[in-house]
Design a protein around this ligand. Structure first.
Ligand code: NAD
Length: 280
């Protein structure tokens, strides 16, 4: 399987999205964030994943404005938070994100979590932003099969991406297959399980075998499973390490070894907890 860092997915609306991006959750110290972003751009990252909830869209926008990157050389994803859902609320949230990011057009706008009460109104607003050309693509995050089925009963535009918690402890395989059927790209959030999977002996052994780190084994496993990844780190050496996964390949047996780590343990909420509880 020949893969490269500059590979893209052609999304179901025809636009190209880098497969391997950089997540910026919890990057809030301005100086450290800038160093991290400079390192990421230097090593070749071109997709940046933020959200209004991360409180760093302004800093990310400032970085782009001064980075020397042309607009078509980077891809930005952002998301509205749960309290910003609903028709008017989503349109207002988008405007705020757009201002902070200092961009006329956002590449990918995601519904951060499914919310039962404002479900259709939020998507209607997201579709409006898409129809008006303010976003190049629209998608969802933390949507399980039943949320997607509900959305499909009235959506005019289908999501291009579903961003989901996915790592060796929680591989989300069933949902992955469903997304493939729907031509929706599966993007893994917390692809490293927030670092929590990296102590697993299976990963340490595979790392030794390939002369790589456990984090590199996990990221490569995602790619070979046809999953998009957005690992986060603010440490320059790790940012480089997380990009250096294109010079080796896991065998089928190695892949099965990593599959054995599935223990159903999430690092965050199950989507239905967010779905039904209006206060979060
Ligand atoms: P992650 O799995 O990317 O883990 C990040 C942590 O792993 C780092 O803070 C660091 O402690 C450790 N780490 C990173 N590289 C390492 C390396 N090479 N060696 C050892 N340890 C390393 O977790 P994340 O930040 O939660 O997820 C990645 C991105 O996904 C976020 O930044 C954000 O953009 C997105 N995200 C989305 C949602 C959502 O609901 N849509 C939720 C959480 C995160």
């Amino acid at each position: 399987m020949t893969l490269s860092f500059s590979d893209t997915y052609k999304l179901n609306n025809g636009i190209e999205m880098p497969r391997h991006g950089f997540g910026v959750y919890k990057l809030t110290d301005e100086k450290r964030m800038r160093t991290a972003l400079e390192t990421a751009v230097d090593v070749g990252y071109r997709l940046f994943d933020t959200a209004s909830f991360y409180h760093n869209e302004k800093e990310l926008g400032d970085f782009f404005a001064s980075s020397g990157l042309k607009r078509d050389e980077f891809f930005v994803t952002t998301k509205m938070w749960n309290t910003e859902q609903g028709y008017d609320e989503t349109l207002r949230a988008f405007e705020k994100s757009q201002k902070k990011l200092q961009l006329d057009q956002i590449d990918l706008y995601l519904v951060h979590w499914p919310k039962q009460d404002t479900f259709f109104e939020t998507w209607r607003a997201v579709e409006k932003l898409y129809d008006e050309g303010l976003v190049r693509a629209i998608g969802v995050s933390n949507f399980e099969a039943h949320h997607l089925d509900r959305l499909r009963t009235s959506a005019n535009v289908l999501p291009v991406v579903d961003q989901l918690e996915t790592h060796p402890h929680f591989p989300n395989r069933l949902l992955h297959r469903y997304l493939e059927e729907l031509h929706i790209v599966h993007q893994a959030w917390s692809p490293l399980g927030r670092g929590g999977v990296l102590e697993e002996q299976i990963l340490i052994d595979l790392a030794k075998k390939h002369g790589k780190s456990p984090a590199q084994i996990v990221l490569r496993w995602h790619l070979q499973n046809n999953i998009s990844i957005i690992p986060k780190s603010e440490t320059p050496s790790r940012i480089k390490e997380n990009a250096a996964i294109y010079d080796f390949e896991l065998t089928e047996a190695d892949m099965h070894q990593v599959d054995r780590l599935n223990n159903g343990e999430r690092v965050s909420h199950a989507p239905d907890v967010m779905y039904v509880r209006s206060e979060i």
